[in-house]
Design a binder for this molecule. Structure first.
Ligand SMILES: Cc1cc2nc3c(=O)[nH]c(=O)nc-3n(C[C@H](O)[C@H](O)[C@H](O)COP(=O)(O)OP(=O)(O)OC[C@H]3O[C@@H](n4cnc5c(N)ncnc54)[C@H](O)[C@@H]3O)c2cc1C
Length: 408
């Protein structure tokens, strides 16, 4: 008899697992449970095109609603699962105890919130995780709306750019000394800061003493900081995500800022996998890595599907991520936690089209590209290989990337 697979979390990774299982010929019972009301959808456009336009949420769907019926996926939406029993092999969905043979946790993460007590109550404070969050924010944006964005990471900056494009007056408040501190090089971060500055976003870094000041109506009226007071109509908090590990912790799985998994995304319990943003992968050198990116959610989903099907697992692609701010495309590849010893930059930084390579000894460990998609794509597969002669010439544009990386 076919094994029954249950997937918890109907987001980016969860949707990919069920699709990859059916595409790979899995014909057993398949259940996908999620606490949002919508089938799996793309989150990256939320802070970009979806915030800019007035398109309906259905345009974000990863697959049409009919897909789940056609593929005989039992799609259970609007249900939060908090209880998993790995001995009885069941999950509690509402009043029903659903059995599984294989369980995949694809729970994503929760946006972090400011500890400020005003944050819990104010109606004009926003987070950006679901399409419902963004629809609410979108409805409040008009030319002249004063928006304070707390957090200068990718989500905060994308919201800032989209809000500015819609005519809002935007101030970004970042606590760290520079933007994008956790995720990209100083060169790219500086470029992004000047891009926002040139488009009229007030970017403040190294901000301390931030607190929200509420007016008589209970709304946040201003954000006070050591760098002055910012009057606001709406506040967006984009200060990162916490991996959703609740059901795993309750079930007694190994968890450490993410559900701990091996290279095939197996958790510490038999036949239970965890993928995407909620998973922390143990690497051969003993270090661990948790990635928050759409390509990673998809590739980990495909790998788990192959493991469940008993097929050879596809090699893991190098981590990569992209962002759109104003008209600019930023792409990054390689382990964001890699300790880069030097950066080599190629291209026209002033003109806003360049790549920067993070180097360790004779290897490229990071690639970041600003409006250079073709060269980014050509170099990505060379990460982590010893290429000393190429590294010496990276900055020299008289050599094309194709020449430099020609295979012997
Ligand atoms: C605004 C925004 C912009 C982004 N932009 C980019 C980008 O440009 N590029 C990029 O690579 N990545 C981007 N990302 C990140 C990317 O969307 C995530 O990395 C990806 O969605 C992770 O997939 P996932 O399946 O792990 O989690 P999710 O897609 O978050 O799905 C998890 C799902 O599980 C549900 N869930 C959680 N707990 C339970 C429970 N107990 N019971 C039932 N359901 C539960 C959640 O509600 C959610 O629907 C962005 C994310 C956001 C929010």
């Amino acid at each position: 008899m076919s094994r029954r697979v249950v997937v918890l979390g109907a987001g980016h990774g969860g949707g990919e697992v069920v699709a990859a299982l059916r595409a790979g010929g899995f014909d057993g019972p398949l259940t996908l449970v999620g606490d949002e009301a919508t089938p799996p959808y793309q989150r990256p456009p939320l802070s970009k095109s979806f915030l800019l336009g007035a398109s309906p949420a259905d345009e974000l769907l990863a697959r049409p609603r009919s897909f789940y019926e056609q593929q005989q996926v039992d799609l259970v939406l609007g249900r939060r699962v908090d209880h998993v029993d790995t001995t009885a092999r069941t999950v509690q969905v509402g009043d029903e105890s659903v059995p599984y043979d294989v369980l995949v946790l694809a729970l994503g993460g929760r946006p972090r919130m400011l500890a400020d007590p005003a944050a819990a109550k104010a109606d004009n404070l926003h987070q950006v995780k679901t399409h419902a969050d963004v629809e609410r924010l979108r409805d409040r944006l008009a030319p002249g709306t004063r928006v304070g964005v707390v957090g200068g990471g990718f989500v905060g900056l994308e919201v800032a750019a989209s809000a500015r494009k819609r005519g809002a007056e935007v101030t970004v408040l970042e606590l760290a000394p520079r933007l994008l501190g956790r995720v990209c090089s100083e060169v790219v971060a500086e470029h992004v800061a000047s891009l926002h500055g040139a488009r009229g976003v007030d970017v403040r870094t190294g901000v301390t003493g931030l607190h929200l000041v509420t007016g008589d109506d209970g709304r946040i009226a201003r954000v006070a900081t050591d760098q002055g007071i910012v009057e606001v109509d709406e506040v967006v908090v984009g200060i990162g995500m916490t991996p959703e590990t609740g059901p795993a912790e309750q079930a007694g799985l190994a968890v450490d800022d993410g559900i701990l998994v091996d290279a095939d995304y197996r958790t510490s319990a038999p036949d239970v996998f965890a993928i995407g943003d909620c998973a922390r992968v143990l690497r051969p050198d003993g270090s661990t890595l948790r990635l928050e990116s759409a390509p990673h959610a998809a590739s980990s989903a495909r790998r788990v599907a192959a493991v469940i099907l008993g097929r050879e697992t596809p090699p893991d692609a190098a981590p990569w991520f992209w962002s759109h701010q104003f008209e600019v495309k930023i792409q990054m590849a390689g382990d964001p936690s890699a300790r880069v010893s030097r950066w080599v930059t190629r291209g026209d930084m002033a003109g806003g089209s360049f790549l920067t390579f993070g180097i360790v000894e004779d290897r490229i460990v990071r690639i970041e590209a600003v409006d250079r998609p073709a060269e980014f794509a050509q170099t990505k597969s060379w990460l982590d290989r010893p290429i000393p002669s190429v590294i010496d010439r990276l900055a020299d544009e008289s050599y094309s990337i194709r020449q430099l990386f020609a295979r012997p």
